[in-house]
Ligand binder design. Sequence first.
Ligand code: LLP
Length: 433
Amino acid sequence: MKLIYEERDGILYFDGCDTVKLAKKYGTPLYVYSLTEIKNRIEELRKAFLDKYKNTRVAYAAKAFTSSAIFKLIDNEGLSLDVVSGGELYTAISVGFPAERIEFNGNNKLYEELVLAIEYGVGRIIVDGLEELDMIEEICQSYDKKIKVMYRITPGVNSDTHDYITTGKKDSKFGIPLDEEVFYPAVKNAIKSPFVEFYGLHFHVGSQLFDNESHLKALDILLSHIDEIRDRFAYEVKEINIGGGFGIKYTDEDRRPFEYFIDPSMKRINEHYSELNIERPNVVIEPGRSIVGEAGMTLYTIGSIKNIEGVRKYVSVDGGMTDNIRPALYQAKHNGMIANKMEMDRNDKVTVCGKCCESGDILIRDLDISKPEMGDILCVPSTGAYGYSMASNYNKNPIPAVVLAKDGEDSLIVRRQTYQDMLLNDIVPSWMD
Ligand code: LLP
């Protein structure tokens, strides 16, 4: 498979594009995505899941990176889309993403978001709270529509990742609790409702996982509840959704192949249903990070350099926590390299910091790097997931542009925010004049 990162004459190339030229052309900070890499990931998913097992779907978790162009790409690739807000849904609608292939997640869907989803006729609403079904029924009734609903369960399993991104524990805001007196009445309501089709169960145990244990434990719990639903209500669910969460490479870790998560899960599901002699339901996964994470990188321009003798050397870049909150929020680790000094030895050790008025605005601690100078271009790889999508205007820093690279060609897919854009919603009341 072709290398996405390459060095040519001391310059870093990304999907065939000279990164220093990209920085000059579009300015920095700049998010750059490799279309080749995104497509490679999708191809891997086809091999490991879609082509290998029948009645399966991949729903790209849009929260990892939402933009009109990526939604268009996901549509062209024939994948489904998992959205979690009116805004993500609106973006999907605006590019004409087929409604049937959209599923709507989220622990507190607003009434107006549900209206938008039902009006558009999304394929699945993944119910995540007890109040939600009533709202869905009311809206379906008034629009004369019937919608497929899944229930997201809280399986009560822990996962080995940062506490902020575990989502399957009993003490979690996500999912419907499996307590006898809560879960089964809720299932019964959905089964007997004329406005919804109760389609199946869903879980998502956490993100950036390297161990398949939590998926497998949650799966056992999910399957036993499906059995119980069959026994109690003589009802067969049509779909199982086992979420996303597959970890990627940021620094030294090695990404597990998709098969590592998918094969044992499919084995368990297939065995379970063949023992019962029942056709197994559809199986859906919701990867976000593992599709776009390694495909994206950020380019910065190095500015001020502060060497505190015997303590550390701070190298400031023109972005920071506003374009990548992950190091500050989850102590996430990144690698980095000077894109215009690829041939030089990495014999300097620096701490890369952002430009925000916040001591925690550190992107990379103790990075081995070639000697940095003002004006150098710093590349931080693997920022494609939860970078742009979590960007903010803190300190009124504009949100960077996004460029898509492919075999030496580059296309702008999100233009850089301007100062003017940031003031669009500001109002100075006339009485202040
Ligand atoms: N499905 C559901 C229901 C989810 O809640 C999530 C992520 C996904 C799928 C996709 O998970 P992935 O394959 O991307 O791991 N901002 C955090 C990640 C939060 C993930 C929340 N849910 C971060 O930057 O690490």
